[in-house]
Design a protein around this ligand. Structure first.
Ligand code: PLP
Length: 376
């Protein structure tokens, strides 16, 4: 018999999370998650799930019936969209202007489909002109996939124009809204988005580990018309809907993460009570404040002003500054987390998040003061 390990309770410090996510969680969300666990088929819980769906529909600005939260992080939301819609042999136009466009490409290939990649430089938005050229050159394409808010660089792409192009060329659109939902304008029905996924840990300021998704009627029809079953049992939406789509008659699919769903319900309630437009405006206002302070410190943005995400500010690390040492000092002396650069920007940029509950004046003041102290 092995001896039981003697381990103390884990007591995390209260950090200020200003990286690329997870973001600062609303205190009300942390409190909601600590409420007593009930059964996931308990009638009271089912009532909460109905409200959760309404709140998700509001956040996405959609009437889509197939709107739910996948019980896993944003990458599972991404995979849910690809594995349910794609079949081997399909052609997909995939836009790649950072890490997550490349992750989409890998999903496409793992589904046995072919990816036609439209590349744009890191820090630039997806080019609608290049996308249109690809759509013209590949009339067999069935889907257009792109990242609305590329977290690896801080670039915002024009989802409305890209989805209009998808429709014009008879493609369904698959949109990554992991970092955009709640932080910048996003209108699923008005823009004609067919499949969209997000994450709980960015501008929703919920705990990590859930992925809101939504599918249009056209996407649902495509899923229903599949000639072969979805290769993933867990992510197969036709099975998941026995729980999420069943209303009062929900039946067991997998054990829902009950307390995490309380947390999502509360974070979406916070978003609804602030109002989506007000939340988008607050992100813009807080970005202006941060931008002003970063400019005063002489830090230069990676992304050109018109395409900059308010919620993800990438700035170049000044010459001669030790990236890891600065981030360590911020964490240890100020309890402040900012993000390292990712992929092509590793070691070259910092990513400063202003997401959801984290997009507040006091966070910006702390961040600017701490950066000024450690850089001078
Ligand atoms: N897509 C984007 C744009 C992201 O920023 C992330 C995570 O940072 C993901 C997908 C993957 O989400 P997760 O890390 O929750 O799996």
């Amino acid at each position: 018999m092995n001896k039981p390990p003697v381990i103390s309770a884990f007591l995390p410090p209260r950090r200020i999370l200003m990286g690329p996510g997870p973001s600062d969680v609303y205190p009300q969300v942390l409190a909601a998650q600590a409420k007593p666990t009930v059964g996931h088929l308990d009638p009271l819980f089912i009532g909460m799930m109905d409200e959760l769906k309404q709140l998700l529909q509001y956040a996405f600005q959609t009437e889509n019936d197939m709107t739910l939260a996948v019980s896993a992080p944003g990458s599972a939301g991404m995979e849910t969209c690809f594995v349910n819609l794609l079949q081997p042999g399909d052609t997909v136009i995939v836009c790649r202007n950072g890490v997550f466009g490349e992750r989409m490409r890998q999903n496409v290939e793992r589904c046995g489909a072919s990816a036609i990649v439209v590349d744009n430089a890191w820090g630039e938005p997806v080019s609608p002109e290049q996308v249109e050229d690809a759509l013209k050159a590949h009339p067999q394409a069935k889907y257009l996939a792109f990242v609305h808010a590329e977290t690896s660089t801080g670039a915002l792409s024009d989802a409305k124009t890209l989805c209009a192009l998808a429709q014009q060329y008879s493609c369904l659109s698959i949109v990554d809204a992991v970092t955009s939902l709640g932080g910048v304008e996003l209108k699923v029905d008005e823009w004609g988005i067919d499949a969209i996924y997000s994450g709980s840990q960015k501008c929703l300021s919920c705990v990590p580990g859930l992925s809101p998704v939504s599918f249009s009627a056209k996407a649902v029809a495509r899923i229903k018309a599949r000639t072969r079953p979805v290769q993933s049992w867990f992510l197969d939406q036709s099975l998941v809907m026995s729980y999420w789509g069943g209303g009062a008659k929900r039946s067991y699919h997998h054990t829902a993460p009950v307390n995490a769903l309380y947390a999502l319900h509360e974070s979406l309630r916070q978003l609804a009570s602030e109002g989506l437009e007000q939340s988008w405006q607050r992100h813009r206002d807080m970005h202006q404040l941060l931008k002003h302070g970063l400019n005063e410190l002489g830090l230069k943005f990676v992304v050109a002003e018109p395409y900059r995400l308010p919620q993800l500010n990438s700035v170049y690390i000044p010459q001669g500054v030790d990236d890891a040492a600065v981030r360590k000092q911020l964490l240890e002396q100020y309890n402040l987390e900012i993000g390292a650069g990712l992929g092509d920007l590793a070691g070259k940029a910092w990513r400063i998040g202003l997401m959801g509950y984290g997009a507040r004046r006091e966070n910006i003041a702390l961040c600017l003061k701490a950066l000024a102290d450690v850089l001078t």
